[in-house]
Design a protein around this ligand. Sequence first.
Ligand code: ZN
Ligand code: ZN
Length: 596
Amino acid sequence: MESQENFSRKSNFRIKEVKQIGEEMLFQKQLELAKKVANFYLAPLGIILKIMVPSVAKKGKRKLASFLKGNKLENNKRAKKILEIKDKEIALIGTKQERDEIIFLAMQKAFEENRQFLYLASEIFPAATFFEKLKKYLPENEIALIHSSTPPGEFFHIWKGLKDKKIKIIVATKIGLFLPFSELDTIAIEESGDISHKQWDMNPRYNALPVARFLAEIHKAKLLHSNSAPSVEIWKKKEEKTLRIINLEAENASHYEPKIANIFSEKKSPDFPIGKELFETLSNVLNEKGKSLLVVNRRGFSSYSICQSCKTVLRCPNCDRALVYFEEKEKYKCLHCRHEMNLLSSCPSCGACQFSHQGIGIQLVEKKIKRLFPSARVLRLDSDISKLKKGSAQILQDLAKKNFDILIGTQIALKIGSLNSFGLVAFPSFDELESIPDFNTRELAFALLSQAKSLLEKRGVLLIQTAYSGNPLLKLFPSEKKEEFFEKELRERKKTNNPPFSRIVKLFYRHPNKKKVEKETQKVFDLLQKFADNDNNIIDINEPYEPLIAKKRGYYYKNILIKTKREAEIQKISIFPILSKLKKGWGIDLDPVSTV
Ligand SMILES: [Zn+2]
Ligand SMILES: [Zn+2]
């Protein structure tokens, strides 16, 4: 899955080749966008132009579209007022339902004016659920859903339809940014701070938000964030007056507080991790025929497994990472590579065959819930299911038809909310969300809580199980404290020179030989330091360090972090010659979503 990291080599030839196609197949505005993205992320132009040109240049099959003209949305005065606001960048903050309504209306308006609208979701699943809903309002042959798994024939059809101005409204994941728009009216981006908007595992490592900003600028289009809460970046832009926040909640804002259940004393209970308070709330919601959502961050059954006799943690031999137990498959699996171990395997260090499973995985929660509520209809949604084509179609249907009482999901379940609202959203193992120390950990946890809250019915409950109820983050979550949370976060980021006050350039090097990794990274670090001298665009260069997962698929890793001034142009800083001439094995990630 890792792509070729080395962008400086061989790229000239490619660019020439793509340019030739480019002149016929690309709009001028697309070329402009490609150049901006290539500069901003130090990515080869050729790779970006390649995304813009569909791989199949023949007609794909297309389903017969139903020409049902969509329902008109109700005459929503407030929404219309909001659409009249002229600001170039706006953040809509509110429940999913409220935000979607405004966006549907904006889409209808663009449609009637014969202009284009791009809606970006962070992943395929939420894009598909949004599209399902949109079909009610606009004619199906003039709207399209597009993402990285769209078959090439269909992709080409949509690409062509947009180019010929037959398709006007696009719902997409970030790949939609590179389509041939000609009269783009608005770009809406859902949960703009979500890390899934970033392509982190292959080149070009871009984030949809800055690219959307470029695209909006080129087309003089409006940029609309559709968020359940502001991000730190949104807050900063608001303070700089380059963005306007529209709080949809403000009108009926009332004090809101999540329920915090301390489960420290219940760890030994046979029902753990379903604590007493969670059990009672779930029962109440079930009795009232409401729906509940449990969010568990971890796939599999547990976090790791320990040998009962020698206490060795079962690890993947290719990755520096604990194996995860999957009960239904009776296997131990590595979440990073394809390594699997049989249930009956013996301990690699002592040969014993008894393991105990530690930590809370989604399948453990599912098992306990099914035991405690045997007659409830339970659905599980995680990437083990959503990656299976059939599995995801089935669950989408069940969700749309509301064929369930309790949905248990990883974070992805928070993104399909447009199909349902809940009487209860609970985090059975909230503490795990904060267990990784990174500069953006608190912000991301805050965003998840906000997304959860935005899925609640009017009198719904947000319940958080924790072993540490003094958690400062939870204290700042109630809406009247929001301001305090963001001000504090911004102060902290400023003090530590972290984004949005700086730009992070993450360099990583990998090699099967650990010594080689040490040597090479130290050499480059020394060189960087020498070149960085007296360049005040460079704030800081960190010594090479091992990431949390220091070995993946047989390769050892080390990172170097460079912090530059936010506005500094990477091509013009003193260390650029080094960045552009890194050897094979090096990779570069600008604005990484994780630094650890
Ligand atoms: Zn592995
Ligand atoms: Zn052992």
